[in-house]
Design a binder for this molecule. Structure first.
Ligand SMILES: Cc1cc2nc3c(=O)[nH]c(=O)nc-3n(C[C@H](O)[C@H](O)[C@H](O)COP(=O)(O)OP(=O)(O)OC[C@H]3O[C@@H](n4cnc5c(N)ncnc54)[C@H](O)[C@@H]3O)c2cc1C
Length: 405
């Protein structure tokens, strides 16, 4: 620490975004404290898989590999080499193939809990150097002073921390964001994502399957153990009905909803459901505090991008702070953090609005839009550069790379 007692950064929240942020900043040589409200849930390799999974894009995997946590995560991942997207009420199908792009996989299906567990183990080991990481868990902020020269925090147990900047990665209902008075824009989708793990009569073929249905998209994501993780976005009342079905009826409806592409659904775990919302913070920066992950943006899961966007926040802030440090600038200065805000807010807003537009196409009064969507799918599927562009966007690569293809 350059000044006695002064940290470089305080990170609030040790979910995927906060955990990766603290590790990435420490790895870049910063002294960091991380504050997490809940002790981590334990993850057992022989335990049943967490119902919440994410499709990690290649850039997210590269970040986690660079942080040294991928080997722990790779113990239980499902890589997918193909993705098939089609519509229930319109023609057309999109097919993405990793081989066409010279890559091993388009993405990896991973349990949220495993990502958090691997990050937390690395944080607790504090072995990522050269920066230092102090973990405060379970702990919460009692007082926050977002001062001109530094951020000062007092935890509920009386611990005091001072840093050049603070990163709020405390999730969709971010208490720090509320404390800073940052408003959010967005809406409730009136939908829930029903999730379960299922076995199917036919193998998933390392393919992520997504069918657009009038009520919302249904995804079958390939797990490493041969089963699929289902994410079925449904209007609230429909979700309640589907959650109440007995096992046999649920499996029958699910198989039909995927048009039996994988045959009958032969077994299913208990189900859970998550409310789906759009939330975009009006700003990501306030004084020396920035927002990251779901604290800054919550998007519809139809494109599987929420956590990927949060991990891109990490890559961006790490780069911005490293550049500022190399120039000898104050890393918590407004002009430095403003670069992060500009870059990340524009990408997340574009992504969120695009997913929102697609989602609106499913709302019952707009069912005819499915025809447009079907035509767009057919056209995009037939034109290789457009297909590549969509795959690049999903993978977090700059679409400009397509120019030479
Ligand atoms: C059904 C569904 C499917 C999804 N599928 C995908 C997908 O395929 N791909 C994808 O990329 N994303 C997906 N997402 C989104 C993804 O799950 C989230 O974007 C991601 O988990 C958010 O991570 P986070 O670290 O920002 O927030 P969180 O995971 O919410 O972590 C926040 C952390 O902060 C802590 N915290 C909260 N309050 C405080 C406090 N006051 N003080 C200290 N700590 C605090 C919490 O305990 C928690 O550990 C999906 C979401 C849903 C609902």
């Amino acid at each position: 620490m350059s000044r006695r007692g002064l940290l470089d950064a305080i990170v609030v929240g040790a979910g995927a975004a906060g955990g990766a942020m603290a590790l990435a900043l420490a790895r870049a040589g910063l002294d960091v404290a991380i504050i997490e409200a809940k002790p981590p849930r334990s993850w057992q390799p022989e335990g049943e898989m967490d119902l919440r999974v994410v499709a990690l894009a290649p850039d997210a995997r590269a970040l986690l590999a660079g942080l040294g946590v991928w080997p722990s995560i790779a113990r239980r991942v499902g890589p997918y080499r193909h993705m098939r997207v089609w519509d229930a009420v319109a023609p057309g199908e999109l097919h993405f193939d990793a081989a066409e792009r010279g890559e091993a996989a388009l993405g990896w299906i991973v349990e949220n809990m495993l990502i958090q567990h691997a990050l937390f183990e690395a944080l607790a080991a504090n072995g990522v150097g050269p920066g230092r990481i102090d973990v405060h868990c379970p702990a919460r902020i009692a007082e926050l002073d977002n001062g001109e020269d530094a951020v000062r925090v007092e935890l509920e147990d009386g611990t005091r921390l001072t840093a050049r900047l603070l990163v709020a990665a405390d999730g969709a209902d971010s208490a720090v964001r509320q404390r800073l008075g940052i408003e959010v824009d967005g809406r409730e989708y009136g939908q829930r994502g029903v999730v379960a793990h299922v076995a199917t009569a036919r193998p998933h073929q390392g393919t992520a399957w997504q069918r657009f249905l009038p009520g919302g998209p249904l995804a079958f994501l390939p797990l490493g153990d041969g089963r699929c993780s289902v994410v079925w976005s449904l209007p609230d009342a429909e979700a309640a009905r589907v959650l109440a079905l007995d096992d046999a009826a649920f499996r029958a409806e699910l198989g039909a909803a995927l048009d039996f592409r994988l045959g009958e659904v032969t077994a299913a775990t208990p189900r859970a459901a998550f409310p789906l919302r759009l939330r975009l913070a009006e700003r990501y920066l306030h004084g020396r505090c920035v927002l990251a992950g779901d604290a800054a943006h919550v998007v519809h899961p139809l494109a599987g991008q929420g956590m990927n966007l949060g991990l891109r926040d990490v890559t961006c802030l790490r780069g911005v702070l490293a550049a500022a440090r190399a120039r000898g600038s104050d890393i918590g200065a407004r002009h430095v953090l403003r670069r992060y805000e500009r870059e990340r807010r524009s990408e997340a807003t574009l992504a969120a609005r695009a997913f929102d537009l697609i989602e609106r196409g499913f709302a019952p009064p707009f069912v005819p839009l499915a025809a447009v969507r079907g035509a767009a799918l057919a056209a995009a599927g037939a034109i290789a550069p457009i297909r590549h562009l969509l795959a690049d966007v999903a993978a977090g690569r700059p679409p400009g790379r397509l120019a030479g293809r």
